[in-house]
Ligand binder design. Structure first.
Ligand code: FMN
Length: 171
């Protein structure tokens, strides 16, 4: 089985998942690994499965990936990504549904995986300032920020391995 991993990662969280998936599936069968802007014309032709990975932007797929996502009609796709807010399976499911809806009609989603990713320190500093004025709203965001540190963790990566197995892409 040949595969390609196309992903967008601004701060490195989704890249960790992409690298783990490549390590798990093996470099030999990897036809493409990289961001959408480097993707050569025809690079995905004949590839058995495309793993499409994204950070979460306003609840959905990073805009850089919309062109690739829209070109995956008839392809087998494994969707993965990271988001800032953690711990709520229903929230993850909504994001994955939004990722899915960015795909071309006719793409077959063989599996999905999403986990929390840590955020840059500047975000916490902003929350701290805002919490001085509105603690009820911003204290939970600071708690979420702190919980996100260290993610994707090794446990998250092991859960990604399991999702790849469930999707039939790894054994
Ligand atoms: C402009 C912007 C919008 C974001 N929107 C969301 C969002 O709607 N929901 C969420 O949970 N996280 C959101 N995040 C957080 C990122 O998706 C999260 O930190 C992710 O792990 C970053 O992945 P990366 O390191 O691969 O870029 C947003 C971050 C930025 C910079």
């Amino acid at each position: 089985m040949t595969y390609a991993i196309v992903f967008s990662s601004r701060t490195g969280n989704t890249r960790k998942l992409a690298e783990r998936a490549r390590a798990r599936l093996g470099e030999r069968d990897c036809a493409w690994f990289g961001g959408p802007s480097d993707l050569r014309e025809g690079a995905l032709d004949g590839v058995d499965v495309v793993l499409l990975g994204s950070w979460t932007d306003k609840g959905g797929l990073g805009p850089e990936l919309s062109g690739v996502a829209a070109a995956l009609s008839g392809r087998r796709v494994f969707l993965f990504g990271t988001c800032g807010y953690g711990g709520d399976p229903a929230y993850y499911a909504r994001i994955l549904e939004n990722f899915r809806s960015a795909l071309a009609p006719g793409a077959e989603v063989v599996g999905t995986y999403l986990c929390q990713g840590q955020m840059p320190p500047a975000v916490r500093e902003r929350y701290l300032l805002m919490a001085e004025r509105d603690p009820e709203r911003f204290s939970p965001l600071i708690e979420n920020f702190d919980r996100a540190q260290g993610h994707p963790s090794e446990d998250d990566l092991v859960a990604l391995d399991a999702a790849l197995v469930r999707a039939g892409l790894a054994s």
